[in-house]
Write a protein that binds this ligand. Structure first.
Ligand code: MG
Length: 422
């Protein structure tokens, strides 16, 4: 039996889907850039910050065009054409980059610059659910520390809360975390946060709409609650009235899914002093079968996405199909590593030290598999070389795991997952 959870001393909040509608970024922030770019450039064209942002965009555009990147839109030289035409080429370039959902430095810098100006001038206000400020007040009165953990940069988080529709909320927060501490679906990130703020994880309450994040926080022994807001991704069959999740997905990752509370309003948080933790609970073998499927699918999902990215966006070397296949294969190896490490952690398999080390290296290598085809080795590894290394590491894993890894191999032609022989 799990120990009685203790009251939490600290709350860590996700933003999108938790304090703020999940649609805010896609319905407000991104359209703002698309709709206001032309006028914004005209208004700020001579300012040094604008000049330097455009300069960085042009350098990137030159690289993209020189590299033969599919659909790349050139940016005219400032001295080569009337300002209006140059600006139009910037607009066309940025719209193209945003149409392929690029997350590259120069584009992000321009977006951040425009958003800052939009927030500061009041053209955009951070959307905040009505129950948030009362909850922040109550926690503050109770002496509960409040932090933010979001994949949006700390700078962007602060803009949203400083210039929110409910006024400046920054005073409530003791600190902010972004993916600088690690991805939100990884246990290590939550461990690092607990260390950084100097608290026992069991006294931290993490609230998010994303069940993968919730699962990661539970594995770091946090207390958790799932925020269920209008417009969020549906939780698999949530029980009416809050309280339980009866979900395939959750039963996979959460040791006792029925103890994970779903809240529809922050007010519900105050109806209990503490929330379930995973302490002392064990996965069931049945769950593990789901776990295996999930991890592999996650790996594949990532792989597919990266593959598509490598193929379509940066596919100078591999070309579309090769990029796709490479991403898929790398995703498979990552899924294997995650699954076996999880199984070992749960005591379902007991790999040798060598096996464990090999799995950990495989996981790291799969995670670091290049997201694009770098033309210059100083910028990043060549994906073909990286894939060869992954395959070699995978062989080491298979041999080190021995009977646990019988028949484990990548068979893309089947398009199906391999049995994992737990
Ligand atoms: Mg979220």
């Amino acid at each position: 039996m799990a120990a009685e959870p203790q009251p939490y001393t600290t709350v860590i909040l996700d933003i999108e889907g938790t304090t703020t509608p999940i649609t805010f970024v896609h319905d407000v922030l991104f359209p703002y850039v698309k709709d206001h770019l032309q006028g914004f450039l005209a208004d700020h064209w001579e300012e040094s910050e604008c000049v330097s942002k455009v300069h960085a965009l042009r350098e990137q555009a030159d690289k993209d065009v020189a590299g033969g990147l599919d659909g790349a839109v050139p940016i005219l030289a400032t001295e080569g054409a009337p300002a209006e035409q140059v600006r139009q080429s910037v607009v066309d370039n940025v719209r193209w980059q945003m149409s392929i959902d690029r997350k590259i430095g120069p584009l992000k810098a321009l977006q951040g610059y425009m958003w800052r100006s939009a927030f500061e001038s009041g053209q955009i206000q951070g959307a905040i659910y009505d129950d948030v400020v009362p909850a922040l007040d109550k926690w503050t009165a109770q002496g509960v520390d409040i932090y933010i953990y979001s994949s949006g940069s700390v700078e962007a988080q602060k803009l949203l809360f400083e210039w929110s529709e409910k006024g400046d909320l920054l005073k409530y927060f003791k600190g902010h975390f972004d993916t600088g501490v690690g991805l939100k679906i990884e246990r290590e990130s939550y461990e690092k946060i607990a260390q950084t703020i100097g608290r026992d994880p069991a006294t931290l309450l993490f609230i998010s709409d994303n069940v993968k994040e919730i699962a990661a926080a539970i594995s770091a022994n946090y207390q958790v609650a799932i925020a269920h807001r209008p417009g969020n991704a549906p939780l698999p069959s949530p029980a009416p009235g809050g309280g339980t999740v009866e979900a395939d997905f959750d039963s996979i990752t959460l040791p006792d899914a029925h103890d994970v509370p779903v809240i529809r309003s922050f007010a519900e948080v105050f109806t209990r002093a503490a929330f379930a933790t995973s302490a002392g609970q064990r996965f069931k073998v049945d769950d593990l079968i789901h776990l295996e499927t999930m991890f592999e699918e996650l790996g594949r999902e990532d792989g597919l996405r990266d593959g598509v990215h490598a193929g379509h966006v940066e596919g100078r070397v591999a070309g579309t199909e090769a990029g796709f296949a490479m991403g898929q294969e790398a995703g498979f190896y990552g899924g294997v590593a995650d699954t076996y490490l999880k199984a070992a952690e749960m005591g379902l398999i007991t790999p040798s030290d060598r096996g464990l080390k090999a799995l950990q290296s495989l996981r790291v290598q799969a995670k670091e598999f290049p997201r694009q085809n770098y033309t210059n080795p100083d910028e990043g590894p060549d994906p073909t070389v990286a894939l060869d290394k992954l395959r070699a590491r995978f062989k080491v894993v298979v041999s080190a795991l021995g009977p646990d890894a019988l028949n484990l191999r990548y068979k893309p032609e089947d398009g199906v997952r391999q049995p994992m022989n737990f």
